[in-house]
Design a binder for this molecule. Sequence first.
Ligand code: COA
Length: 266
Amino acid sequence: MTFTSPTPKMIATKDGAIGWMIFNNPDRLNAVSLEMWQAVPEIVADFEADPNIRVIVLSGAGGKAFVAGADISQFGESRSSAEGIRTYEDATEVAFEGIANATKPTIAMIDGYCIGGGLGIALSCDMRLASEGSTFGIPAAKLGLAYGAGGTGRLVHLVGPSFAKEIFFTARRFTTGEALAMGLVNRVTSHEALENLTRDTCATIAENAPLTVATAKQVVDEFTRAPGNFDSEKCEALIARCFASDDYKEGRAAFMEKRKPAFKGK
Ligand code: COA
């Protein structure tokens, strides 16, 4: 079965039981552009349909980053008008959900920067394996934008509300050691050993009974669903207020101009 990725910035390759999805925008530390977000669910769907694929691994090209977030250079053009923001948010949510709803196990192999939407991608996976020098963080508060409710929920389920708030409030970068201590990553090894650890983990999973693995995945996920009284309208309104703010314009301008933003809370 052959599959051609819709963009060269997303590589989809199959190697035995592993389907590799590689974010390939190394000049921008694999920052994810709109067409890359849109390619994610297509690649997942192809791996899902191939019975030879037993585990899906997500990684970044270039040796410096897993993914350094959404591509901020595109925000002015595709994430500024109300309609553009909606289209963009939908594409990211479809990508996150596409990964999270895969029936096959998904592993994020994190070697380098795992920031913002990059951490969101890793959070959508079932497991996270990381190299020692990697860094983690959600700099949304440095940009004046709001993180999606789905990704926020996945973070809370993983590290608990207190660490989740520390990650959002400080918007700072966390070391792999800190990530391991809060349960953000499953296992840590050296940069050199990371791919072997990932392949060994995949081989172990691929030898096990697929229905048991798939059942465990779905039953665990049922336990982490948001409760019925989750106020999604309230969350969406708060998120929209951030995207409509002057601070969001200031945040993305400051990033592009490589200066500190001056936020006013408006
Ligand atoms: N969007 C667009 N471009 C990005 C990017 C992003 N999310 N992350 C990195 N890049 C680009 C940089 O602008 C830079 O481009 P340039 O060479 O044309 O100047 C290039 O990738 C290399 O990044 P640089 O900042 O020089 O590397 P660094 O090692 O000094 O710092 C980071 C790495 C990840 C700390 C820094 O790039 C960063 O803060 N990126 C933004 C992360 C972010 O806010 N993500 C959330 C988006 S929602």
